[in-house]
Design a protein around this ligand. Structure first.
Ligand SMILES: CC(C)(COP(=O)(O)OP(=O)(O)OC[C@H]1O[C@@H](n2cnc3c(N)ncnc32)[C@H](O)[C@@H]1OP(=O)(O)O)[C@@H](O)C(=O)NCCC(=O)NCCS
Length: 363
């Protein structure tokens, strides 16, 4: 693009704060730029999703900025507030969301302008900082802006249908895997039986979060130095009011809620993948985490998933717990970045966090 065109565009492009009237256009820009089609389906990206995410969040409305050229949206970015606890203090942090510039307008500095405006508004709105789960395209940008990378996230996976999983990434190897898995099928069926529960324990699939969830968080929340406050109000918004579908697994002992797991089925590489999106359980309680994870795998197997996966911060207690519960295979790593001036020391300690896929916005 020549210098004159750049100058003209710089004069013609208008920036403004996100409003509820922009949601259809944001959805149009983002879905138009996603080329994955049917082989990748992680979450809804409709206007209804953006209304829910940006305007119905109990922690507050998102801070967003759009750039328009000749009336149409060509760049969009937002930060959504998260009500968090950090070393016992209630803190508003943010999560960066959906950073997109239309291909015809990339490299013109539009995202730089939008981000400056969003971050200024977020500070005015009381956010002390924000976290980022960047894509390959946005990672170098945030690094350039001085974001901190104290630890790495990764997926831990357990294949349930090995042949289908291998075939989805390597079709030729899939034929060998298919023959091998037929040979071990009787053994696999033995291992795949629904896990037994100790006396007095029960597991149930539920579709929402009642008042006992507030009691659960009061009992277990203090065990985590850094976490989104997972009370009933937050969980209901995040998973029940969301346009997408999630399953809730409630684990009880003698009728008292001991833990929750939230599950979702996504499509990756054309494969049905079961995601353990969230876990609410006492910190470092191996029994409760183990029972929840094993039953989560069982539910997702019955829903036809070829593989089950969950996020963990690499090398932490949760990571080791996933391995012991059968989600042993490390899949993709994901960078996790923090805005440069976050003062709280705990946020830099990987063991301090309760962090799950639900704290991101992809699933
Ligand atoms: C990533 C993306 C949003 C950047 O938008 P953009 O409007 O082209 O970015 P800008 O021109 O405003 O550049 C912003 C800054 O990033 C830098 N930058 C841009 N592309 C970069 C790259 N590939 N590597 C390193 N730095 C880069 C710019 O130099 C600028 O730095 P500065 O603020 O220090 O001057 C855009 O390329 C895009 O939409 N990509 C596809 C969708 C995507 O992957 N989004 C990210 C995750 S959801």
């Amino acid at each position: 693009m020549d210098a004159d065109t750049r100058e003209r565009l710089a004069r013609e492009i208008e920036f403004h704060d996100l409003t509820v009237d922009d949601l259809e256009e944001i959805s149009g820009l983002i879905t138009g730029m996603s080329r994955d089609g049917e082989s990748l389906r992680l979450r809804d990206k409709s206007a209804a999703y953006y209304r829910w995410m940006y305007f119905e969040n109990p922690a507050g409305q998102a801070f967003g900025c759009l750039a328009r050229h000749e009336g149409r949206v060509v760049c969009s970015f937002a930060v959504a507030p998260k009500a968090m606890q950090v070393d016992g203090r209630r803190v508003l942090l943010g999560k960066t969301m959906d950073m997109f510039t239309h291909p015809d307008y990339q490299g013109l500095g539009l995202m730089g302008r939008c981000a400056d405006q969003v971050f200024a508004r977020a500070r005015e709105g009381g956010l002390e900082g924000w976290y980022v789960t960047p894509s390959v395209n946005s990672y170098p940008i945030f690094k350039r802006w001085g974001y901190r990378e104290d630890f790495v996230l990764h997926f831990r996976a357990r294949p349930l249908d090995v042949a289908a999983t291998v075939a989805s990434v390597r079709p030729r190897a899939g034929r060998w895997a298919s023959a091998a898995s037929r040979a071990v099928a009787p053994l696999a069926r033995l291992l795949d039986r629904t896990p037994r529960l100790p006396a007095g324990w029960s597991v149930a699939e539920e579709d929402t979060f009642g008042p006992e969830v507030d009691d659960l968080w009061r009992r277990v929340g203090g065990g985590y130095r850094v976490a989104i406050v997972r009370d009933a109000g937050y969980l209901r918004w995040r998973y029940s009011d969301n346009p997408d579908d999630y399953a809730v697994l409630a684990l009880r002992r003698d009728g008292v809620l001991r833990g929750l797991a939230v599950l979702k089925v996504t499509v990756r590489h054309g494969l049905a993948v079961g995601e353990v999106v969230d876990v609410v359980a006492p910190a470092r309680d191996a029994r409760t985490w183990g029972l929840l994870l094993r039953h989560a795998v069982d539910v997702l197997r019955r829903r036809g998933c070829a593989v089950v996966e969950a996020w963990a911060i690499r090398g932490t207690w949760v990571d080791r717990r996933l391995i012991r519960s059968g989600l042993a295979i490390p899949r993709a790593t994901l960078p996790f970045l923090l805005s440069p001036d976050l003062g709280e020391p705990a946020v830099h300690d990987p063991e301090a966090w309760l962090l799950s896929q639900g704290d991101g916005n992809d699933v």
